[in-house]
Design a protein around this ligand. Structure first.
Ligand SMILES: *[C@@H]1O[C@H](CO)[C@@H](O)[C@H](O)[C@H]1NC(C)=O
Ligand SMILES: *[C@@H]1O[C@H](CO)[C@@H](O)[C@H](O)[C@H]1NC(C)=O
Ligand SMILES: *[C@@H]1O[C@H](CO)[C@@H](O)[C@H](O)[C@H]1NC(C)=O
Ligand SMILES: *[C@@H]1O[C@H](CO)[C@@H](O)[C@H](O)[C@H]1NC(C)=O
Ligand SMILES: *[C@@H]1O[C@H](CO)[C@@H](O)[C@H](O)[C@H]1NC(C)=O
Length: 402
């Protein structure tokens, strides 16, 4: 009931403006204050009194809102007692000449002119300047979404920060987007001056399919007062390749058969983010190269047998490299390879003949060898008969022969 009594008193003092305009009294505050509907604002304010005036601990500070020519108290502070209309708070330490105030969750009816008054034992003063003038504007400020590099398969956290700083009002922050398996943490940070900023972290692992998809962060101050910020996700991923053939009908994705005089275009289309450097190789030589396009072609006009071979399209960005091989087979090459087959047959035949000859030669050599060996054995056998000197003479064929 203290408060109520104080109000009666203050309301009475308000009409008693005899000290108005005395030199030495000064209010320093912005002439105009802009606040968006639903948001909060902190307005620094100081006042001075003439040097001969002593302010006591019991000094009261009062803010008035002038509506249709009469002042309505919206906030006061005395002896650690506070009053507020629920949106306007006097937060400064009046005993130290601080008349700073905040407006929380501004409403249209908060617009208009305000005035400050101090009431002390010696001083009952309404500051002469009607200050400040508060303007409540539409809520247009957007939340901010932090920027982070998004790479396929790598977990990332984005932070959405609500506009404004408030003490009493707590905005709600929510996310809308198609990213899956997301985790959301809402939190606030309190500053030294007591104001709080509001944040929300969304953590997810982006996929290739999330590329270019929108992510929205919505801040709701109170029913009907909300704001949304959009971020288009740019997800980086390694290249993938498709090779398509023009000029010759084929459903084969790895090779095509061409004939003399054909004109064929091989197109290597690359899907990647960021863009890849793409190279066409024939065997191991670079035959076409690009860095700035998503597709690179290779045209062979008036095909000859020398155009046949192994072609390779290679695409590379900082997230990976991919190679895809494509074979061009010349129609003539195929019949040539038949001739090669006949040659093999001939080679086989020749080989057979040579083998046969070899077998015969080896056979003949072995035959001769064994024949000779047998002869030697017959002679050897004779020698093997144990002999003594006399026997030797006796047994000698020369001597046995008559
Ligand atoms: C005070 O006025 C200055 C300049 O006119 C302006 O930039 C500032 O935003 C104002 N402060 C508030 C709290 O409105
Ligand atoms: C929110 O994300 C930021 C950036 O990744 C990080 O620094 C901060 O610690 C996170 N806060 C919470 C409460 O998770
Ligand atoms: C390759 O073709 C498939 C099937 O048509 C398609 O889904 C894919 O996006 C293509 N990739 C590139 C790099 O063009
Ligand atoms: C190399 O690629 C570009 C882009 O696709 C194309 O315009 C050009 O004709 C190609 N060069 C050859 C030799 O095929
Ligand atoms: C792709 O082909 C290029 C050129 O032949 C080669 O240098 C590279 O090692 C290949 N990379 C892979 C991953 O096969």
């Amino acid at each position: 009931m203290d408060y109520y009594l104080a109000f009666i008193l203050l309301a009475h003092l308000w009409s008693n403006t005899d000290c108005q305009g005395i030199p030495g009294y000064e209010l320093k505050v912005n002439k105009t204050v802009d606040v968006q509907r639903g948001l909060c604002v902190r307005v620094p304010c100081t006042f001075i009194v003439p040097l001969n005036i002593r302010l006591t601990k019991g000094i009261a500070g009062i803010w008035f809102h002038f509506i249709e020519g009469s002042g309505q108290h919206v906030a006061f502070r005395v002896n650690n007692k506070h009053y507020s209309n629920g949106r306007f708070y006097l937060i400064g330490d009046v005993t130290r000449g601080d008349c700073s105030f905040i407006i929380e969750g501004a409403m249209n009816e908060d617009a208009g002119s305000y005035g400050f008054r101090i009431v002390d034992e010696e001083t009952k003063l309404l500051y002469p300047d009607v200050l400040p003038n508060v303007q409540v504007t539409e809520f247009t400020e957007k939340p901010t979404i932090s920027f982070a590099r998004l790479v396929e398969g790598k977990e990332v956290t984005l932070t959405c920060t609500s506009p404004g700083r408030c003490r009493k009002v707590t905005p709600e922050i929510s996310w809308i987007g198609k990213v899956s398996n997301r985790r959301i943490i809402n939190y606030e940070i309190t500053r030294d001056d007591g104001s709080r900023s509001f944040h929300s972290n969304i953590t997810f692992t982006p996929g290739k399919s999330d590329n270019n998809s929108p992510l929205y962060c919505t801040v709701t101050l109170k029913t009907g007062v909300s704001t949304t910020e959009k971020q288009s996700l740019s997800v980086e991923y390694s290249p993938s390749i498709n090779i398509t053939i023009e000029g010759v009908v084929t459903s084969d994705t790895s090779s095509v058969t061409v004939k003399d005089g054909d004109t064929i275009t091989m197109r290597c289309s690359v899907d990647s983010n960021p863009k890849a450097s793409i190279t066409w190789y024939k065997e191991d030589a670079v035959v076409n190269w690009t860095r700035s396009f998503q597709t690179i072609s290779l045209t062979l006009t008036n095909v000859t047998p020398s155009d046949a071979g192994r072609f390779l399209c290679s695409a590379e960005n900082e997230h990976g490299v991919i190679n895809k091989t494509f074979h061009i087979i010349h129609h003539g090459e195929e019949s040539k390879s038949k001739i090669t087959g006949d040659n093999t047959a001939i080679a086989a035949a020749v080989g057979g003949v040579i083998s046969l000859v070899l077998i015969l030669v080896v056979g003949a050599v072995l035959f001769i060898y064994f024949r000779k060996k047998r002869q030697q054995n017959i002679n050897g056998n004779l020698k093997d008969i144990p002999i003594n000197d006399s026997d030797a003479i006796y047994c000698s064929p020369e001597f046995t022969t008559p």
